[in-house]
Ligand binder design. Sequence first.
Ligand SMILES: Nc1nc2c(c(=O)[nH]1)N[C@H]1C(S)=C(S)[C@@H](COP(=O)(O)O)O[C@H]1N2
Ligand SMILES: [Mo]
Length: 212
Amino acid sequence: MSGPTRGFLGRSRQPRDPRLPPGQYDTGADWPVLTAEVTPRLDPQRWSFTIDGLVQRPTTWSWDELHALAAHDSAAGGHPPEYRGDIHCVTTWSKLGTWFGGISLDTLLDAAEPLLDQGFVLATSTTGYTTNLPLADVREHRAWLAWSHEGKPLSADHGGPVRLLVPHLYFWKSAKWVTRLTVMDHDEAGFWERNGYHDRGDPWLEQRYQGD
Ligand SMILES: Nc1nc2c(c(=O)[nH]1)N[C@H]1C(S)=C(S)[C@@H](COP(=O)(O)O)O[C@H]1N2
Ligand SMILES: [Mo]
């Protein structure tokens, strides 16, 4: 017998899921853990989140304050506190059709009032991990602080109690154990950006490494 097997034909004829950006594969039910540092064990009652830098009102929220604000926000029909969709890691896995709950960064930035529209932000984790983004990429319902995944509290491995979630960019931008967002008038490379990753990281443009 010659020619390809039925299995091979079957697979090759599967249409590619249009939700997959170029060069990505579907990880299915799996959710890999990618962590450069030792996973910190954080007590939510001692964790806080701060927006500082070039803002009218530098603000720090406790865990309880953020939850109260999220509840108030959804009761008032404010910015959507959930993300339903896909996430894409630069190491080529994508997780499709997943969901996270938390609070929209729009709500927090509205409170802190950045002094400029075209600035940049640097997100910092309790561990010292950093990542940089244009301010515009964390506005307009595109970025969240996430504390739950598919209805369960976010696990420590995945950045719990609270991680940044910027799902339209590669997932290294979604800093785990995030504790600070600093608004700046210039771009400052974060941890992976200093180590060769692309400054912006749009998966649809395959902006994986510097120069892409
Ligand atoms: N603090 C911190 N945040 C991080 C990372 C990390 O190493 N440390 N890795 C980034 C990378 S490269 C990816 S792909 C995602 C992985 O998130 P996950 O482990 O929940 O899948 O977190 C991002 N945020
Ligand atoms: Mo990644």
